[in-house]
Design a protein around this ligand. Sequence first.
Ligand code: GDP
Ligand code: MG
Length: 724
Amino acid sequence: MEKKDIQHRPAVSLADTQSLEKIDKLFACNAKEYIDLPQLVIVGDQSSGKSSVLEGLTKLTFPRDSGLCTRFATQVIFRRDKTIESRKILASIIPSSDTDPEQKEQLEKWTASGLETLGAKGFAKMMDEVHDQMGLSHEGDNVPTFSNHVLRLEIRGPDEEHLTVIDVPGIFKNRTTGKTTKADIELVRAMVLGYMRNDRSVMLTVVPANVDIATQEIIEMAREIDPDEKRTLRILTKPDLVDNGAEDKVIDLVEKSSDKLGWIVVRSLGQQEMKDGLDRDKEEELWHLKAPWDQIRAENWGIKALAARLRELLISMVRRSFPLIRTELSKKLKDAKSALETLGSERETPEQQRRLLLGIVTKFQDITRRALSSCYGSRDEFDNPEMRLTTRVMERNTSFSSDMAKFGQEYAYAKEEDLSEDLAAIDDESGLPTGSATVSRDPSPETNLFSRKVTYNVDNNLEEILHPTAAIPPPRSRDIVRYLAAEYRHSRGFEIGTFNQGLLATLMKKQTEKWVALSRGYISDMVVIVQTFICSALHASCPDEDTCSGILTLLGDKMLDRYQKAMDTVEFLLKTEREGTPMTQNHYLNETLQKCRQDRLQNKLTDRTFSDGRGGQVVRLSDVTLQSHMGNAQHTIQDIHDILRSYYKVARKRFVDNVCIQATDFYLLVGDQSPMCLFSSEWVHDLSKEQLEEVAGEDFSVKRRRAQLRKEIRELEAGRRVLV
Ligand code: GDP
Ligand code: MG
């Protein structure tokens, strides 16, 4: 037979080189995570020589023995990496998807070290470990024989091809007693088919040349899965074991086949040859020189031919996936950019930090302005009821006013019909209650009122200056006359028909005792309302949690001072009302007093009226003049009651207004001393470098994330450029 020229096809054409370069560049700009490079899957029967082919291709010693060999899938990832000088190998285990969490964690923890110099010995040792990790059986014990976990070997080096290879267990049909079961057969079949069906897989179907090729199931399986044969490569192994005389049949199959794909013959070493330490490449070449194998064209012989064919196939697959990769890169790029945007602008220098804070100030002040003028429609933030500041303030003002009206006085003023009865029970001479008249007191119908109505549990700091809630009982009913009589008795001087000037002050002090708790509760609630608003407005102006709390911390003490001012104002107003001289220029006092007296008169006369015959009611003059049978003291006490009642009413209204206007409106809301004014551009300008860093500086994690995103964006952009 004529010996053919051993003619090497060029490994790659020019266009292919460009594709390869693109892949290299994509890898160089770290776009590898986004690229699904094709992977080789070597399939075939047990002992058909799969691992030997893989070893020839990769120059790695895959586990080989003539018994059960590959019992789990091994994924070998080769990556060209010009940045390192020599091959580096990293081994890990990818747990199968149905692994329980505990085992998953254990498997993921495992890595093999010291693999840089991967020799047959080191590899075998590692394989042993992997078997243990996966819980696979050793000779004779009763544990699983195959595993769905995957051993992953990542091999990087300056001269590697970008290639992913998967060595799967061989398909077998017969059970081996004590070793493999029917379930094992099914498991392996499913595993192998799974890899074959993956679109990314290039199938290397391995068939030994020394068996009846026509009966090899794997060829049929591959044809079914990949009918166009776009990703199938067929390999014949063990040409050296072909029976004498059967060679021609094999050679015809390889050289004359009408199959689009044809076959590549690979000659690996047998067990003994390996023990003898023969060189596989050399043996393969030598075997090719021998008749009749020299009839096989170089492009169909040996590992070199296989590698070249493989590269072609891979490149065409990769090239087909370029548009997809581009789309993928663009999507990732968009995601990374929006992630970077949500991190906000960079805050490294004091200027950047100041700018950030000034932006927040502007937004905060805008929100505050709108809140104070109740322009709630203009911003979404006001959907939060805590942000509706003026409304909350008004609600609390109203309840303060009505609470003061209902619960403010210590003694309830006497009803007209009770007054005369209660007065009659006072001995006019002594001013003491007469023994006979024990006044029946109504049991208090109303329950206690609590002075605080707004709860708040965010800022403990604030709680220090706030007053705790107090239970306020309703005014004492039917006690006032006896109380007034006693006070009058103790303060009596030489006055006739009138009473001591100091008495009103004393009475007011007692009568307004509950103003203290009511107004303290009110102002504490107000502080809470304002503080809650400030926090919410700040959060609405600044999405970054850390910056918000930084601002609040730094403002903290000054803010407390301002709240304290509002609270001091309430104390001041309490003091002036309760301890100052009772006085008013308000004619309302006199009006109330007159009304009191008129009402009483009218009340007394109602049962003495009769019709004047013209639709009106008249009363005899004698009845009017005769109306009073009261003694001096009783009369004076009645006067005291009326005056106290009238003055109290004026003072109460004045006090409520003053508290609302001065303490709340001025000191908490609109005055230039309000806590809202604190967070201003002036404040930002006055911050020192250190304070700026403290408030607006970035967290280390944010900095790192930003840097990472920037790098990703750079790489993705570079990757996209490669693919144009
Ligand atoms: P696998 O089970 O498909 O992975 O097959 P292996 O690669 O483990 O090979 C099974 C046996 O066949 C091993 O003992 C190999 O040494 C041997 N073998 C593989 N290929 C050849 C070959 O081309 N020639 C010879 N003589 N033996 C081979
Ligand atoms: Mg094997």
